[in-house]
Design a protein around this ligand. Structure first.
Ligand code: ADP
Ligand code: XUL
Length: 539
């Protein structure tokens, strides 16, 4: 019997899943989650993010993630599991966020004192005490500069899988190097959240994996190595500050002495960490092409596996590496769960009341549309926050509940067209995938069967599966990814939601009107009020 630990350091929480594998017997033996704001109020975060007057700015304190890692290991220690059987650990982390370490880190990582808390020992190793995260959209100037330096958005996308995006690490590093040149110069190593936490586990600088590396605008997708021209034009001496890139799902070290002495853990193999979306891909069982997954977490993301990288020519989405060594297409929306919560809280609803409203209100919302850009939006790029409403009274509770959910689902359907996947099956994950009324709208908008999965936290599960696959293949087992995920990624019994043909027909038309509203709000099209009014009469 062996245990495999998967950690997921997301925007709002740290989660852990332990898998127990005994031949064909497989089960989730432990699941736990630590909410950042409630557990560590001393950091002053809200939803895991430091407050800021500038709506385009988003950063988090990296020491919060370190504290959470330690608390989680303590929980594991007292879980009753036989941790001597812990064979391997891997992790998932929010993508794009970066952690800046000085030159003392290289020596210090391997010699932490097991009698002292980790965060206080990591603090002197930070050259920058905050980490810009994926919610940041303050780097449009740097995006333009990077694209210009490499000949435009197309060459950058062809090479790295994405045009320049504000939250991607290249633009964030460039902004930091311009605004704080001496602090940048004192930075010896720039990690992603994933490789930073992996480094703490193994006691030396860990490499990145291609899944998370491709969220930086710096990695050549074809070779999975740094693309020198963009690295050189992003910031001075950047090449020397970046970790190497390892193959996906491969061992990068063993658990260091610190964790062994402090928590009685064995010298377990540590496998490359990755981003939360790549981990979710395998955590929902998408190890072959042909289906899509939708994660309704802090961000909403729609993604699917790709054998060959097919870059989005419209510049909307991304191609990332996948834990299987393949690729994945992904489109990301910033106004996900927090937009849903904003409407829920404005009308003082519980999630079950929110669901009841969805259940009893008519699909199509009588042609009332919301563009739910409460915060600056990633897809499409919207830098000035504020929801836009068409024929929708901001005080109408029923109308706003339906509008926010329909808008999010229609935006996902519209902006995933570039992936060119015939969607007849969607694997739903993320916190809001617990809400079947939301999933019914998903099913009707996409015209696809939607599955709820047995394990809700697909990112932590994917990380644990990555640990399992990485350790077993390193031991010479010829295990496939199908074998790896078997028994862990099956849909919940009786969970299937099927599209209703009449509702599907309504969304087939409404989605074009939604696209027209988007175009209008972006200053790229006429006001579609007449079309919306005609839709309302017809529906
Ligand atoms: P993260 O991206 O940080 O991993 P999660 O996937 O854990 O986030 O999702 C957290 C979100 O799930 C919360 O912000 C909350 O809005 C949402 N959520 C939890 N339960 C429900 C529910 N029943 N209906 C809708 N949303 C829910
Ligand atoms: C993906 C993205 C988000 C974060 C959330 O590109 O920015 O989904 O990974 O954790």
């Amino acid at each position: 019997m062996s245990l495999y630990l998967g950690l997921d350091s997301s925007t709002q929480s740290l989660s852990a899943i332990v898998l127990e594998v005994d031949g064909e017997q497989r089960r989730v033996a432990f699941e736990s989650s630590i909410a950042f704001d409630e557990t560590f109020p001393q950091y002053g975060t809200r939803h895991g993010v430091l407050p800021s007057d500038d709506p385009t700015f988003a950063a988090s304190p990296p020491l919060l993630w370190v504290d959470a890692l330690e608390v989680m290991m303590r929980r594991l220690q007292s879980s009753g599991l036989d941790l001597r059987q812990l064979a391997a650990i891997s992790g998932s982390a929010q993508q794009h966020g970066s952690v800046y370490l000085n030159d003392r880190a290289t020596n210090a990582l391997g010699s932490f004192d097991p009698s002292r808390a980790l965060a206080e020992q990591v603090k002197p190793l930070l050259s920058r005490d905050v980490s810009p995260i994926w919610m940041d959209s303050s780097t449009s100037a740097e995006c333009a500069e990077i694209e210009r330096a490499v000949g435009g958005d197309r060459p950058l996308a062809e090479r790295t899988g994405s045009r320049a995006f504000e939250r991607f690490t290249a633009a964030q590093i460039r902004k930091f190097s311009k605004s704080e040149p001496s602090t940048y110069a004192s930075t010896d190593r720039i990690h992603l959240v994933s490789s930073f936490l992996a480094s703490l586990l193994i006691g030396r600088h860990a490499p990145l994996d291609p899944g998370d590396g491709s969220g930086m605008n710096l990695m050549d997708l074809a070779s999975c190595q740094w693309w020198q021209p963009v690295v050189d034009s992003t910031a001075p001496d950047l090449a020397a500050k970046l970790p190497p890139i390892a193959r996906a799902s491969t061992p990068v070290g063993t658990l260091s002495r610190y964790w062994q002495s402090r928590f009685g853990l064995p010298a377990a193999t540590v496998v490359t960490w990755s981003g939360d979306n790549p981990c979710s891909l395998v955590g929902v069982g998408l190890v072959r092409e042909g289906a899509l997954a939708i994660s309704l977490g802090t961000s909403d993301t729609v993604f699917g596996l790709m054998r060959e990288p097919r870059v989005d020519r419209s510049g909307t989405g991304h191609v990332f590496g996948a834990p299987t060594g393949d690729f994945m297409g992904l489109t990301c929306f910033k106004n996900g769960s927090l937009a849903r919560e904003r409407i829920r809280d404005k009308f003082h609803l519980s999630w079950s009341e929110f669901g009841e409203i969805l259940h009893r209100t008519p699909p199509g919302n009588g042609g009332r549309i919301m563009l739910p850009w409460f915060e600056p939006e990633i897809t499409p790029t919207v830098l000035t926050p504020g929801a836009r409403r068409y024929g929708l009274d901001p005080g109408d509770a029923d109308g706003n509940v339906r509008a926010v959910i329909e808008a999010q689902q229609m935006a996902m359907a519209l902006h995933s067209r570039w992936m060119n996947v015939k969607v007849d099956r969607i694997h739903a994950t993320g916190g809001a995938a617990a809400n079947r009324d939301i999933l019914q709208v998903m099913s009707d908008v996409f015209g696809a069967v939607v599955y709820q999965l047995q394990v809700g936290n697909s990112a932590a599960l994917g990380a644990a599966l990555q640990a399992f696959y990485g350790a077993r293949t390193a031991d010479g087992d010829r295990i496939t990814w199908e074998d790896t995920v078997k028994g862990f990624v099956e849909p919940l019994a009786d969970s299937t939601l099927s599209p209703d043909p009449a509702r599907r027909a309504i969304y087939h038309d409404l989605i074009e009107l939604y696209a027209a509203c988007e175009a209008h709000a972006l200053g790229k099209g006429p006001e579609p009020s007449d079309r919306l009014a005609a839709f309302a009469v017809g529906s």
